[in-house]
Design a protein around this ligand. Structure first.
Ligand code: PCA
Length: 213
């Protein structure tokens, strides 16, 4: 069986009708990129159910690579996340949510384990606005990025990372003064990201010395 590439997106939140992360992720479901078959999954924008679903997906699919997508509507470009922090601190603390750690005894942070520089160059070569980001925030996206890296901490050969997408044009049409990007451009940037990740992963697998158990 070809290895699976788990690509997650989120349900709409904050009064939006769509979430570009899921609109884009679902376009890839079942596609073959390099050696990998893409499996797209939609997560709820609620901390515990999202983390439970992610844990279930990782257990079921045993992905050979993981990339999370989320919406960061206040950002004008695609942003490649460098760090996930062990902190859940939503802007609006309601519904019983408090500031807390994501994994009680987990490390303070994890660095993304995807070739960020190569992904950024590939996207920039296609003249799509993109940048590296130092924080995925402290809401559900960061929690999912952190939990993914934590779940795969003993499988360093499995690339794992997170990319935030701006509003889609249809969303921006309902707001004033916000940047947006077409779904097709976002899809292209995600395709380039996945292609970069799998080409590196393939090379690493081919060169990897046998691992001690
Ligand atoms: N964006 C939010 C959560 C879900 C999403 O798409 C975030 O950046 O945390």
């Amino acid at each position: 069986m070809p290895p699976a590439f788990l690509l997650t997106g989120f349900a709409p939140f904050g009064g939006e009708r769509i979430n570009p992360s899921w609109e884009v992720a679902q376009r890839f479901d079942g596609r073959q990129i390099g050696d990998f078959t893409i499996r797209a999954a939609r997560l709820p924008v609620v901390r515990l159910p999202a983390l439970r679903r992610l844990a279930q997906l990782i257990k079921e699919i045993e992905p050979g690579a993981l990339l999370g997508l989320g919406q960061a509507g206040e950002r004008p470009a695609i942003t490649l996340e460098q760090i996930a922090i062990n902190l859940f601190s939503p802007d609006e603390i309601g519904g019983g949510e408090r500031i807390r750690r994501i994994v009680e005894d987990g490390p303070d942070a994890y660095f993304a384990r995807v070739p960020l520089g190569a992904m950024l160059s590939a996207i920039a070569r296609d003249t799509i606005p993109a940048a590296l980001s130092l924080t995925a925030g402290a809401f559900v996206c960061n929690a999912v990025m952190y939990a993914g890296l934590h779940a795969l901490r003993n499988s360093p050969e499995v690339p794992a990372g997170f990319v935030h997408l701006p509003y889609a044009t249809a969303q921006a049409a309902r707001h004033r003064d916000v940047a947006s990007m077409s779904m097709d451009l976002m899809e292209r940037a995600v395709e380039l990201s996945i292609a970069t990740i799998v080409s590196r992963a393939g090379r690493r697998r081919a060169n990897r010395p046998l691992r001690r158990k």
